[in-house]
Design a binder for this molecule. Structure first.
Ligand SMILES: [Zn+2]
Ligand SMILES: [Zn+2]
Length: 208
């Protein structure tokens, strides 16, 4: 691997954190490397990652960059894109890292085909072996490639996402559970949590 900033030990720890080695995690490790090169690692909430997918790759971002949901410096946008944005709070430097379609878009290769087959039926022993081999080959391909070969890296304009705010909690008048104020809904003069609000809304819809 060239220009790496992630040691083999750290890669192993990332795999342990995620639970298995897979191409998705490999993509995340490489995207994290871009972030380390361009904006560095988050010691606390210094670096904010805004990820546009929720696949295996995100676990590598969390582990290697210390961007976590709990701290609020990992933001998921449900766009279904192989794209990661990294913001450095100290100087506002921000980059967008997007997987190149010519690398990640081969829908016709053996790996993709076998994965599709696996969803529909059990693979034969021979197919399982082939899937194992092509998975390993794909992981290798991702881990060995130059970062700029894998990703298009562009600057990002616009504001840095805000730090997690401490908000008031209110008591839901239906279930009695404490709920962050911004997540409560008003319904016929009552303050409700989202599940209780949706339950009432559905009841009304059913009656119509
Ligand atoms: Zn995975
Ligand atoms: Zn409730």
């Amino acid at each position: 691997m060239n220009e790496t900033q992630v040691s083999p030990e750290l890669i192993q720890k990332t795999i342990d954190f995620h639970g298995h080695s897979c191409p998705g995690l490999a993509i995340g490790i490489r995207a994290a490397e871009v972030a380390l090169r361009e904006v560095g690692r988050s010691s606390d909430e210094e670096v904010v990652a805004v990820v546009e997918n929720d696949n295996c790759a995100v676990d590598a971002i969390q582990f290697l960059l210390s961007c976590t949901y709990g701290k609020g410096n990992l933001v998921h946008l449900d766009y279904g894109k192989l794209a990661f944005n990294f913001y450095r709070r100290s100087d506002g430097k921000a980059i967008r890292v997007i997987g190149r379609p010519e690398i990640f878009g081969h829908q016709d290769d053996e790996f993709i085909n076998l994965r599709k087959t696996k969803i529909m039926r059990d693979l034969t022993g021979e197919e399982k072996e082939r899937l194992k081999r092509s998975t390993a080959a794909r992981i290798n391909q991702i881990m060995e490639a130059d970062l700029d070969e894998l990703f298009e890296i562009t600057p990002v304009q616009g504001p840095i996402p805000q730090k997690a705010q401490i908000l008031e909690s209110l008591i839901c008048e239906a279930c009695g559970e404490r709920t962050i104020e911004s997540r409560t809904r008003r319904f016929l003069g009552q303050t409700l949590c989202i599940p209780c609000f949706e339950a009432r809304e559905n009841k009304i819809l059913m009656r119509e």
